[in-house]
Design a protein around this ligand. Structure first.
Ligand code: SF4
Ligand code: SF4
Length: 142
């Protein structure tokens, strides 16, 4: 689990891909659900509309928790599954690691890495931690 800043940084800088699938099928474990994701403005708009309309509850608020705020661990679901970002649609952990990271980098060309908590819940705390760790994460509006 991406549970603290040091572990998160290590995974981010030295990405390795662990296969959490069950026989190639997503186990819904949530290990890939990160606080920092590449997003474009259309995705932000769609998600905002969805969380407003569906009154989506925020998860993973704790300071050193780097899971996405839309990951509901209790129910093992994504609260915004219908409008989840493209990176979440294309990622699966049992693919070839080189391919997976190539896809992530390709997506990042047209998207900026953002703090989900900052963009959708105006919580700048995780953004600050990211900056203190030297991660390039953009503020909303940048
Ligand atoms: S794709 Fe994500 S949720 Fe699915 S098994 Fe892999 S790490 Fe778990
Ligand atoms: S948007 Fe959904 S699928 Fe994507 S990281 Fe967040 S919880 Fe996981």
């Amino acid at each position: 689990m991406i549970s603290n800043a040091k572990t998160f940084l290590k995974n981010y800088q030295e990405p390795t891909l662990t296969n959490y699938t069950i026989m190639g099928n997503c186990s819904r474990c949530g290990e890939c659900c990160s606080e920092f994701l590449p997003l474009d403005s259309k995705e932000i708009e769609e998600i905002e509309k969805y969380i407003r309309t569906h009154k989506v509850k925020r998860h993973n608020k704790e300071k050193n928790n780097f899971r996405c705020p839309f990951r509901n661990d209790e129910k093992r679901i994504c609260e915004i599954y219908k409008v989840r970002p493209q990176i979440c649609k294309v990622f699966k952990c049992d693919t070839n690691p080189e391919e997976a990271f190539k896809r992530r980098d390709e997506l990042s060309l047209n998207r900026k890495s953002r703090s989900m908590s900052e963009v959708f819940y105006n919580d700048k705390s995780k953004l600050k931690i990211a900056k203190s760790l030297g991660l390039k994460v953009h503020r909303r509006g940048e």
